[in-house]
Design a protein around this ligand. Structure first.
Ligand code: PEP
Ligand code: MG
Length: 585
């Protein structure tokens, strides 16, 4: 939506305009945009001299050879790790690079068009992919993606970049959509904020923005076409507003707002050493969700009670390969050592869905969130699963490492996972490798079936951890990454809170601990509801830690319990909003 602004335009620039989206991470950012995206359309065309042609062709051939080598390694690695079927996409990519006609056409373009190699690749790949994309045949349409992918990869090698997000200075990243694999390779220290056309509150870009403490706005249609790299933007992550071509007056206004935010943050940091307890004195274990060793160090610096969720797939994605046992062991050990005496819950790989190691969606599933994901992959790939559990068990020799299994849907899956855990321990025992025998192992409750079976699952594992990000998505059939249905993604829907309540009761009945590690727990507006539901362990992203702590300290638990029992009897999300006064927040 467009907002009108009254400020005077800056001379020589298009007039100021403000556009609205969904605010998913708070704060104010002011800085130049980096439009992340289609390297094929962005590549710079340079005219070359005839005597530069051979040099340009040599660069092109070297880039092709580099990509071929990488593809051969990918084929080998992925077929070994995930099976030959999954490596097929790389084989198709290799075949495209073996196709003489495409190569000849690109070389011809450099020779006769006298253009740089990047531009020639972009031109030819765009043309071929457009022809395929227009085809009525879905197989050929899929090949259009392959051509585009491979064209991008060759251009990246020509430009000498790994991922096309060269943030040369602190910048606001603007994109159509940002997936986990896009963001892991960015230079995080230079991300001022995110603005995307597509994405939901719990999309990974949103979670990353919150963990970096930078503002993010999703659901801003057409932003990619309205901004060019270098344009100055104001991103207001509190209000969900992006100001394009800001006037001096707007810059001043937001500058003041930012100073105010900074003061508020400074006030929050005074909470660091205060106890995490409700206004009526009930202690809450407030932990952090982490995706790296650095995050864990930050969590320790804020006195977090532990790591309630270590998303290990983030480490794999950042390093762009499947880590072997030693690499994993050393990472998990570092995280455990950053949290001496405190629990570190290490989740086994949650790949698939919206998170991939390697190419985006290699399985080409139509509905990856309901597909080959997470524990389903791990149970079929005992080699990956056993390696990871061995590494966690070994890290347990250095601190309180715990294992968490994601996306458990049935009791059968839990039993199968436990069997594998037993095998991992047997093997370590036989090899005489030190590890912690009684490493606790728990289950994530993020699928309604698991919430319904909470008591039975709790009876057979050591703890439960509620992942509301997925639980909400699966309960309400609302894609957590879609801005189109974002308004329907409501953590306070009576169906969601009933499933959380059932999970807490199930754990209690079995005398097992239960935590909540979805983003709902870190949202101050939901803290009274989460506490009222009986949760005493909450794990939140580091950027929300102090805000959540403040909300806990302001909550009167007795009152929150009373409101929650009314909310549990409510029929609609709107009724719950009235009970908890959520409309104002
Ligand atoms: C969740 O689903 O709530 C969760 C914590 O896991 P992730 O966000 O990594 O899917
Ligand atoms: Mg999840």
């Amino acid at each position: 939506m467009e907002r009108s602004t009254t400020d005077e335009p800056v001379r020589g620039l298009p007039p100021e305009a403000a556009v609205e989206g969904v605010a998913v991470s708070p704060g104010i950012a002011v800085g130049p945009a980096f439009v992340f995206g289609d390297i094929l359309t962005e590549v710079e065309t340079r005219t070359i001299r005839p005597d530069e042609v051979e040099g340009e062709l040599a660069r092109f051939r070297a880039a092709v050879e580099l990509v071929k080598d990488e593809l051969a390694r990918d084929v080998e690695r992925i077929s070994e790790q995930l099976g030959q079927d999954h490596a097929d996409v790389f084989l198709v990519h290799s075949m495209i690079l073996e196709d003489r006609s495409a190569i000849t056409e690109i070389e011809g373009h450099v020779r006769t068009g006298l253009v740089n190699a990047e531009a020639a690749v972009a031109e030819v790949m765009k043309r071929v992919s457009a022809v395929l994309a227009a085809s009525g045949d879905s197989y050929l349409r899929d090949r259009a993606f392959d051509i585009t992918d491979i064209g991008k990869r060759v251009i990246e090698r020509l430009l000498g970049v790994w991922s096309h997000c060269p943030l040369v200075q602190p910048m606001v990243v603007v994109a159509t959509e940002l997936r986990a694999s896009d963001t892991v390779t960015m230079d995080r220290g230079r991300i001022l904020g995110f603005v995307t056309e597509v994405g939901g509150k719990e999309s990974h870009a949103a979670i990353l923005a919150r963990s970096l403490g930078v503002p993010a706005i999703v659901g801003v249609p057409g932003i990619v076409d309205r901004v060019v790299t270098g344009d100055v933007l104001i991103v207001d992550g509190d209000d969900g507003c992006v100001v394009l071509h800001p006037s001096e007056a707007a810059l001043d206004r937001y500058g003041l707002k930012r100073e105010e935010d900074e003061r508020e943050w400074a006030d929050l940091s005074s909470l660091r050493d205060l106890p995490t307890e409700t206004a009526d004195g009930v202690k809450v274990e407030l932990m952090c969700n982490v995706g790296s060793v650095d995050d864990a160090a930050e969590a320790a610096g804020m006195n977090a009670a532990g790591v309630g969720l270590f998303r290990t797939e983030m480490v794999f994605m950042a390093s762009r390969h499947f880590l072997d046992e030693e690499e994993q062991y050393s990472t998990y050990r570092s995280v455990v050592e950053a949290m001496p005496g405190r629990p570190v819950v290490i989740r086994t790989l949650d790949i698939g869905g919206d998170k991939f190691v390697g190419p985006e969606n290699p399985y080409r599933e139509r509905n990856p969130n309901l597909g080959y994901r997470s524990i389903r992959v791990l149970l079929e790939r005992p080699d990956i699963f056993l390696t990871q559990m061995r590494a966690i068990l070994r890290a347990g020799a250095h601190g309180d490492a715990r294992i968490l299994w994601p996306m458990i849907c049935t009791l059968g899956e839990l039993r199968a996972a436990k069997e594998r855990l037993g095998e991992a321990k047997d093997a370590l025992r036989k090899e005489g490798v030190p590890f912690r025998e009684d490493t606790p192992a728990g289950v994530m409750i993020e699928i309604p079936s698991a919430a319904l079976l909470a008591e039975r699952l709790a009876a057979e594992c050591d703890f439960l951890s509620i992942g509301t990000n997925d639980l909400i998505q699966y309960t309400l059939a609302v894609d957590r990454g879609s801005s189109l249905v974002d308004h329907l993604y409501r953590p306070h829907d009576p169906a969601v809170i009933a499933l959380i309540a059932r999970t807490v009761e199930g754990a209690r009945a079995e005398g097992k601990p239960v935590a909540l590690c979805g983003e709902m727990g870190g949202n101050p507006a939901y803290v009274p509801l989460v506490l009222g539901l009986g949760l005493e362990e909450i794990s939140v992203s580091p950027a929300r830690f102090l805000l959540a702590k403040k909300a806990i300290r302001e909550t009167d638990l007795a009152k929150a319990r009373e409101l929650t029992s009314r909310a549990l009897a409510a029929g609609t999300a709107e009724e719950v909003e009235v009970i908890f006064d959520l409309e104002r927040s």
